[in-house]
Design a protein around this ligand. Structure first.
Ligand SMILES: NC(=O)c1ccc[n+]([C@@H]2O[C@H](COP(=O)([O-])OP(=O)(O)OC[C@H]3O[C@@H](n4cnc5c(N)ncnc54)[C@H](OP(=O)(O)O)[C@@H]3O)[C@@H](O)[C@H]2O)c1
Length: 181
């Protein structure tokens, strides 16, 4: 098993902890796309060669009609439906711990869980997230899809870095504090 391949979250949420409005809308994220501000996504993606995401998040990306942000990566979309592969995108139906074991049985770079919350909950329930980079967007939504849902395993996190930007975005970088580290 290649444990050098860490599992990362790189995700944005509102001040009140939502990743999307109740209907899945994420247009509020663009409030902070200020010219000249670099939130480190491209640098982060250079360290990653595999992306794992839930079917709802994948469909949202397709619906947005933007260029796929996962060019050149191996992409696994978790779904309980049957879908045929689309280019570098494979649709898989298995527990997240088994999927991660399969990915880590191959050599490669780090692994990026792009969400959504259903997937984050499952990876956290197994204690499998190594690092998380959370960008807090300066907005209160009042309701929506919570980043951290009930069912996550209690865990301690070491703060590696914080960045703040003139737009009001604050980025937190945490590493899971392992008992033996
Ligand atoms: N703010 C951000 O940075 C950010 C990041 C990511 C996502 N989002 C937003 O979050 C919303 C989606 O999040 P979400 O939590 O509702 O959904 P999600 O996690 O993206 O997708 C959930 C779906 O994944 C599939 N799934 C989950 N676990 C599975 C497993 N173990 N095996 C097989 N299939 C599994 C199921 O698909 P089927 O129903 O097909 O079976 C399930 O309905 C979207 O609006 C998206 O835009 C925001």
């Amino acid at each position: 098993m290649n444990s050098d391949r860490k599992l990362f979250l790189f995700i944005a949420c509102s001040i009140d902890g939502y990743i999307a409005r109740p209907d899945g809308d994420i247009s509020w994220l663009s409030r902070v796309e200020a010219p000249g501000e670099d939130y480190g996504y491209a640098r982060f993606m250079d360290q990653v060669d595999t992306v794992v995401l839930g079917r709802k998040t994948y469909d949202k990306v397709l619906e947005m009609g933007v260029e796929m942000p996962y060019t050149g990566k191996s992409v696994y979309v978790l779904t309980r439906q049957h879908r045929v592969p689309e280019g570098n995108v494979r649709f898989v139906n298995q527990p997240v711990d088994r999927l991660l074991d399969d990915i880590r049985s191959q050599p490669g770079k780090h692994i990026y869980c792009d969400g959504g919350a259903e997937l984050v909950r499952q990876f956290l329930a197994f204690g499998l997230v190594d690092e998380m980079i959370i960008s807090i967007i300066p907005v209160l939504l009042g309701d929506g899809i919570r980043l951290f849902q009930t069912g996550t395993m209690e865990s301690g996190w070491e703060l590696l870095d914080t960045k703040s930007f003139a737009s009001g975005l604050v980025q937190l970088h945490y590493r899971q504090a392992r008992k033996n580290s």
